[in-house]
Design a protein around this ligand. Structure first.
Ligand code: COA
Length: 153
């Protein structure tokens, strides 16, 4: 069974470990995650399958726009709709906030994430050169209009 909940501070070491495995040198460190969790504006969400964490997202409203900062699914749990569930949770929350659109950045090389975001109506806005460091990979800034749009199923 799939369920979503807010991450607690006790979940952050798990998240930091997954970050390191998935993103290597450009991963969010445990210190950064803990500081952002405590003092930032973001919401940290966890997705569980049969009671065990299998993915997470980080998103929030900065008073100006709704942003997706992070989203990941454990490698062995991919391809079964969990990324979609996390993204739809983000979009539902953005709608509750009443914002007109939602934003994210994604590496131009990240085919899986690009496929997920495009399937939910995100469109390319601009490229940020060498946004991901230390690799120097470009980021694509994407946006979806939330009013008058229904996701594909
Ligand atoms: C991106 C990610 C979250 C997708 O998670 P997932 O659980 O495998 O995705 P889902 O099973 O929900 O797939 C939903 C849609 O995403 C797209 N997608 C998923 N994997 C894909 C792939 N390998 N290639 C192309 N599109 C893909 C498809 O549109 C898919 O819809 P479909 O199943 O109807 O074809 C996962 O690959 C991941 O954690 N990657 C590493 C972390 C990361 O890069 N996060 C993004 C940071 S911006």
């Amino acid at each position: 069974m799939i369920s979503l909940r807010d991450l607690t501070e006790a979940d952050l070491p798990w998240m930091a470990e997954v970050e390191r495995e998935l993103f290597g040198a450009s991963a969010w460190s445990r210190e950064l995650i803990t500081h952002d969790y405590r003092y930032g504006f973001a919401r940290y969400r966890g997705l569980e399958v049969d009671g065990a964490l299998a993915g997470y997202s980080v998103y929030g409203y900065d008073g100006d726009a709704f942003h997706l900062m992070n989203l990941a699914v454990l490698p062995e749990m991919r391809g079964r709709g969990l990324g979609r569930a996390l993204l739809e949770d983000f979009l539902a929350e953005a709608r509750v906030e009443g914002v007109g659109d939602a934003w994210l950045e994604v590496a131009v090389t990240n085919e899986a994430a690009l496929g997920l975001y495009r399937a939910h109506g995100f469109e390319d806005v601009r490229v940020r050169r060498k946004y991901y460091q230390p690799e120097g990979v470009d980021a694509l800034v994407m946006r979806v209009a939330l009013r008058g749009y229904e996701p594909e199923h």
